[in-house]
Every structure is written in C-alpha cells, then in structure tokens.
Write a protein that binds this ligand. Structure first.
Ligand SMILES: C=C(C(=O)O)c1ccccc1
Length: 361
C-alpha cells in the first residue's frame, strides 16, 4: 500500500503525486545558457512528475562553473525558460527552478573577464570542469570580501525575480553538493574570520540570508531548499567536521521560514547512500518541521517503505527520469524501467535526451 501516487500539497505547491523529478544536469545548452524548444520538449515529456525541479541553473555569469549549463540572469534566458514552463503547464505539470552559484568549482576559462572564481576562502577544489574545449582543472578561487556578500545576495534575488517572470511555480535554493552555499556551511572550505565564518551560526548565515531574500520575493510557500550533508562532490570536498551540529542548526533555523519543502541528497550524490559513522541522516531530516523530499539511489520499494515509515513525504528520482519520461506511470503500473547509459547523461542534443520512448503497461 502506498500514497506515493496520490496528490500532496507542499506549501502552495499542489502536486498530483509524491514522485519528484530531481535536478539533473544534462549540459545541453549553448554558451549563452538559453533554453529553447528542445529543452521545453524534454521537460514537458516529464510533466507526469508531481513536481519537476529544474536542472541546476546559474544565477549569474559568476555563478557558472561548467560549459553548456543554463542560466537565469539574462532576458534571453528568461524568455527561453518561459517556453519550458508553458510547455510543462500545458501538460498539467509543476516546475520549480533550482538556483545555483557554483562558488569555487569553476575555471578562469568560464568566468567573466577570465577572473578567478569566488568562494568563502581561497581553497582550491580537486578535479576538473568542462569548457567548450574540453576538460580543464578548476581554478584556485579568491575569497569574497565581506562587502561583496550583499552583491551575492542580490544575484540570488535577481535570479528569483527572473524565475517568477519565467513562469516557474517556485524555486529551490541550491545549498548542496559543495557549491557556493555549501562551501560556506562546511568548515573544510570556509576559513573566514568575519561574520560569515568560524562558528556554526556564522557559516549558516549566507544560506539563511539568501533563503530569506528569496522568500521575500516568492513567499515562503513556493520556496524549497536542497542540502547534502555528506556528499564529497563537487570537487571531492571534505564534509563539515560536525555534520549533525552544522546541518542540525541550519535546519532548526530554516524552520522559521515555513518553506514548501526541504530536499536532501541522502549520502554521496548518485553514488552511495553510505554516511560516516557519526552521521544519522534521518535524525537530521526529522528536525525539519515541513515536507521532506528524500533523494539518492531510491527504488520504488525503498520509497514506499520510507514513506510508510514517515521518513519522507516525497521521493526524488534523477537518473530514472532521464530514460523514463513517464516514470510515474511505469512505477505505478509496474512497467519495465529503462536504464540510461552514462554516455547519455551529459552533452549533445536530442539523442539520449528527448528520444526515450514511453513504456508499455
Ligand atoms: C549541479 C550539479 C549538482 O548539484 O551536483 C551537477 C553539476 C554537474 C554534473 C552533475 C551535477
């Protein structure tokens, strides 16, 4: 027995079911980051999800860390996203925009005027990112000056306003996966000595100020937030030295906003659900007073049991939505699921993106 296929309301978001399309980067945009008819088709095909969370979308040119990812800072991008939201709404779907600043995980080759990426502290991530010319090492970032923080918050506000104009049903604050906001949360990447570093309260400050600013634009009931307490990606970033205290405090403070939902990557993104011995993922999410979306390597059976145990209110699938546009129906009627090969994840055009057939029931 399950209510995963029944309607649910999360804040002002009225969802036809509790199956969420997780934010999945597909890297199929031009360097202008503008969505077009291809992306509108891709998202409309997946409108059977109770809620679609868009792939991570750059709030500014400074917030971009990969080639071929979308943005929502320019007028052209807003116009492009309007095509997407109109197409999803025409199919009766709901879609929110995941607002993303990569922080240190970028390259001078991707940054405006070849500048260094910005971060809480000048600590380089590991690994590479990709430009139109292929993979490049990420660059050593520069630490944001305290007086630059209001400008960062402005970037999120402008992006949130643009998402409103683009017809989204809401927005998700991307404070996960070791990108900018998560870099401020973790003491492995935040060595600041001002009001945005040091104590747990100080390291939570930027995520809370950004969330408050976005709630000021959207209202609390159309804003969600994504956290990933232990994932090492991006850039093999070490976890915080006290995950339960850091994310526990943040969640307690987020309760003040009565957000539409909290969304977790439970474990290491797209690889493992394992957590360090001193971390209890469900004890963390249980501290949130509002609706909770669980994510990471779920199958239907696990989603049903964790839903029935009251641990999750909804489940987000990422990779399964790549190759099963009608995933909700396939899960509901027990149809065979198609597994996408990794080669289909990133880059290219319609092939491996909008050419996946519907299932057989
Ligand atoms: C936005 C991403 C995330 O949140 O992990 C991402 C970026 C590049 C590849 C995969 C995922």
């Amino acid at each position: 027995r399950t209510d995963l296929f029944s309607p649910v309301t999360m804040g002002m978001l009225q969802l036809a079911n509790r199956i969420v399309m997780a934010p999945v980067t597909r890297s199929r945009y031009g360097e202008d980051g503008v969505p077009d008819e291809l992306h509108a088709t891709y998202y409309a095909q997946r409108a059977g999800a109770g809620l679609i969370i868009s792939e991570a979308t750059n709030i500014s040119a400074q917030g971009r860390g990969y080639a071929a990812t979308p943005g929502i800072w320019s007028e052209e991008q807003v116009t492009g996203w309007k095509k997407v939201t109109d197409a999803v709404h025409a199919e009766g779907g709901k879609i929110v925009c995941q607002l993303w600043h990569v922080g240190r995980f970028s390259s001078v080759e991707l940054q405006p005027n070849g500048e260094r990426p910005v971060a809480p502290s000048a600590i380089k991530a590991e690994g590479q990112t990709y430009t139109v010319n292929g993979f490049v090492p990420v660059s050593t970032p520069r630490a944001l000056e305290t007086e630059e923080i209001p400008g960062i918050i402005e970037q999120y506000k402008r992006a949130a306003e643009n998402a409103l104009r683009a017809g989204f049903d809401g927005v998700e604050v991307h404070s996960a996966n070791s990108y900018l906001l998560d870099q401020f949360l973790r003491d492995s990447t935040n060595h600041r000595t001002d009001a945005y570093g040091g104590s747990i309260e100080n390291r939570a400050r930027l995520t809370l100020e950004v969330t408050e600013a976005i709630v000021g634009i959207w209202g609390n009931e159309r804003v969600g937030i994504r956290l990933s307490p232990v994932t090492p990606d991006a850039g093999n970033t070490p976890p915080d030295s006290n995950v339960m205290a850091m994310y526990g405090y943040l969640i307690q403070q987020l309760n003040r906003f009565n957000l539409a939902y909290l969304h977790f990557v439970e474990g290491a993104t797209a690889t493992s659900r394992d957590v360090p011995a001193d971390v209890d993922m469900d004890a963390l999410s249980a501290q949130f007073d509002g609706p909770f979306i669980g994510n990471n390597n779920y199958d239907l059976e696990m989603a049903i049991s964790r839903r029935n145990a009251g641990i999750i209110d909804a489940v987000a699938f990422g990779r399964l939505f790549i190759s099963n546009p009608d995933l909700v129906k396939r899960l509901r009627y027990g149809a065979e699921l198609t597994i996408a090969p990794k080669e289909a994840y990133y880059g290219g055009g319609a092939k491996g993106y909008t050419d996946w057939p519907e299932g057989h029931y």
